[in-house]
Write a protein that binds this ligand. Structure first.
Ligand code: HEC
Ligand code: HEC
Ligand code: HEC
Ligand code: HEC
Length: 219
């Protein structure tokens, strides 16, 4: 069994094939155009009218991962030097333009390779809060929800306890540090660290092999 053989080398085979295709297409389009309304309720799939448009409602706000152990996030607002932001920003019109800032606060952004800007995370109106790209408002205490939009994997790991750090006890209520406790949202890259030099050796316990290694390294 298998494919019918022998047609490949036959002269005129491709011409015949093409003609058959054209014929089939012509017939199909004619047939589609002239088909009477189906009496038995059956219609070719493509002839079915689209009855309902996709639901335009936005997805419900994110409410945690299924089966993640409950936790509380250590708040951040009290740590911010420039909070409340509204103290100044209520007197200023928001300026969404990407520009070199001369603000009194740190203003440079080294995050995202230029693909986003301050007001993609900071709410333009009501500067005391952050917001998601979908416009959901987020407190500085739950900045992780802003990060989660683009860093799903570390965020999920964090919620389950495989990324980040838990405060104090390993038992009882679970309190964990938020993303910004460790990462500066304006320059978050994890920088490589210079290895520490080896500890000094107790007097009389010289380690010539280490000394030698150092000389080589120092060259
Ligand atoms: C002491 C006053 C002051 C406080 C407090 C302050 N800002 Fe600003 N901020 C400024 C000024 C002034 C500028 C405009 C700088 C410029 O145009 O170069 C600015 C600009 C900005 C911008 C750029 C977008 C825009 O609308 O101009 C962002 C984002 C921003 N601030 C966020 C914050 C956040 C978040 C806080 C609170 C954590 C905060 N600021 C607190 C004075 C302040
Ligand atoms: C990726 C999201 C994101 C972007 C983009 C971003 N920020 Fe922030 N920003 C944060 C978060 C989160 C915090 C809270 C940090 C913390 O808890 O220490 C913060 C804090 C701040 C603060 C308060 C710092 C303090 O110690 O008082 C200022 C001011 C600020 N941002 C200004 C800006 C400006 C200006 C820009 C654009 C140049 C910008 N941010 C871009 C997320 C962002
Ligand atoms: C709109 C998308 C977006 C949001 C929101 C966002 N990030 Fe990022 N982040 C990126 C992109 C893109 C990169 C990679 C480019 C770069 O290194 O700047 C990145 C890089 C990073 C890195 C460096 C990764 C590495 O391999 O060194 C860290 C850490 C990080 N983000 C943490 C955060 C934290 C914390 C927040 C929330 C305050 C956050 N991000 C919010 C898009 C985002
Ligand atoms: C207790 C400190 C701490 C907290 C809290 C924390 N991180 Fe990290 N994160 C780190 C360290 C340390 C590394 C570097 C790990 C490495 O180099 O192997 C890292 C690496 C990363 C990276 C780059 C490497 C990767 O896995 O892609 C991203 C992105 C990141 N973290 C995002 C987040 C986000 C988002 C949150 C909050 C949900 C968060 N982190 C919370 C300490 C923390």
């Amino acid at each position: 069994m298998g494919y019918p053989r022998g047609s490949r080398g036959r002269p005129g085979a491709s011409v015949t094939g093409a003609c058959t295709l054209i014929a089939v297409f012509t017939f199909a389009s004619l047939a589609a155009a002239e088909l009477p309304a189906p009496e038995d309720g059956h219609r070719p799939l493509r002839g079915n009218p689209v009855t309902a448009a996709p639901d335009p409602a936005p997805p419900p706000p994110f409410d945690g991962y299924v089966n993640a152990p409950a936790f509380e996030v250590v708040p951040r607002r009290g740590e911010l030097k420039f909070f409340p932001c509204a103290a100044c920003h209520d007197q200023m019109a928001p300026n969404p333009e990407r520009r070199k800032l001369f603000s009194p606060h740190p203003a440079a952004l080294d995050h995202g390779d230029g693909r986003f800007w301050c007001l993609d995370c900071h709410a333009a109106e009501g500067r005391n809060e952050l917001h998601t790209l979908a416009g959901e408002r987020v407190s500085f205490d739950r900045a992780d929800r802003v990060c989660a939009q683009c860093h799903y994997t570390p965020h999920r790991d964090w919620a389950f306890g495989a990324h980040g750090k838990r405060v104090a006890d390993w038992q009882g209520d679970r309190r964990i540090y938020g993303c910004a406790h460790c990462h500066d949202p304006h320059a978050p890259a994890v920088r490589p660290r210079v290895p520490e030099p080896p500890p000094p050796v107790r007097a009389g316990l010289a380690r010539p092999e280490l000394e030698e290694h150092h000389e080589v390294e120092g060259q």
